[in-house]
Design a protein around this ligand. Structure first.
Ligand SMILES: Cc1cc2nc3c(=O)[nH]c(=O)nc-3n(C[C@H](O)[C@H](O)[C@H](O)COP(=O)(O)O)c2cc1C
Length: 297
């Protein structure tokens, strides 16, 4: 990082659909505060810290971006924010939050955003991946997910240590052809899938979904939620509906829902299973590696 940036010029900017990335960002803020680094923190997309208050010009900052991976790429909301913000002499730390880890084809997931940062004159100095419970298509077991939540503070501690000691990792990985196709298809598919969401008779028209939608894609019409065409499939409306009234035919949506607080409640007082038992199979190979990294033995 440039020497001219003072130690306290840290900014965390994040987007989170269903809370995993928010937890990671908050943990980072908490630990950085303890080290008197005192970062500002901004949440994109109708979060509790509205992005409307993020300065439109950022200067001389270390900016830490955190986002969930959507189809091997960052959510479009990150690109939209970058587009409308100007950066002068900023160093970026790019943290992807994944359900599966550095498994191919996730490996290129930060590349397009890194390209955008460089186009805007920023410098990417470090990148890393955190793994949080998967909110999409294939759920992890409660035990594995609990392990991921439990290990987060240590992973964040390592990240901060790497930053402080300038132990940077900045790969040259690129998004391959297959990943680019899937990423583009996902964005179109999300608009389509989102526009086909419906509510059943349990919908009370309470408006929580509309209030929380990061794309202002939901309207309450005659006491029922109506879904428009700019959905990014962040899943926030579906999983947070208090009546479980939002229905989708898509196999991407976890039938059992997704709620980190409910997971912790279910797992209260239960001893987590050994890693080999709760994270079996090729799919969770990188998760096993992440959970059993030597520094956490
Ligand atoms: C539309 C969509 C696409 C996703 N694609 C990927 C992916 O390509 N690779 C991956 O590891 N996880 C993928 N995930 C899982 C999320 O990245 C992961 O669960 C993340 O922790 C969610 O963060 P959040 O709770 O902050 O929204 C996807 C999730 C969604 C909703």
């Amino acid at each position: 990082m440039g020497n001219d940036k003072s130690e306290n010029q840290w900014t965390i900017v994040f987007f989170s659909g269903t809370g995993g990335t928010r937890r990671a960002a908050r943990e980072l803020k908490k630990q950085m505060d303890l080290q008197n680094l005192n970062p500002s923190i901004f949440e994109l997309g109708a979060g509790e810290i509205p992005d409307s208050v993020i300065p439109s010009t950022l200067e001389g900052m270390h900016i830490i971006l955190l986002f969930p991976i959507y189809a091997f790429d960052a959510p479009s909301i990150l690109y939209e924010w970058m587009e409308k913000t100007s950066f002068t002499d900023c160093d970026f730390i790019v943290i992807s939050v994944s359900g599966g880890g550095e498994i191919w084809p996730n490996t290129g997931c930060r590349s397009p955003l890194k390209g955008q940062i460089e186009n805007k004159g920023g410098t990417v100095v470090h990148e890393a991946m955190l793994i949080m419970p998967c909110n999409f298509y294939i759920p992890g077991s409660d035990h594995m997910n609990m392990r991921l939540l439990n290990i987060l503070p240590q992973k964040v501690e390592t990240l901060i240590k790497d930053l402080m000691e300038k132990r940077y990792n900045h790969s040259k990985s690129r998004l391959g052809f297959f990943q680019r196709i899937v990423s583009a298809a996902e964005k179109t598919g999300a608009h389509y899938t989102g526009s086909k969401l419906k509510t059943d008779e349990k919908c009370t028209g309470c408006g929580i979904c509309a209030m929380n939608c990061p794309k202002e894609n939901i309207e309450i019409v005659s006491s029922r939620a109506v879904f428009k065409k700019s959905c990014i499939l962040c899943m926030r409306c579906i999983y947070n509906c208090p009546e479980k009234a939002i229905v989708s035919d898509s196999s991407f949506v976890l039938k059992e829902g997704f709620n980190l607080e409910a997971l912790e409640e279910r797992m209260k007082g239960i001893e987590v299973q050994p890693l080999e038992q709760c994270a079996k199979g090729l799919l969770w190979k990188e998760v096993r590696k992440y959970l059993s990294a030597p520094e956490f033995d």
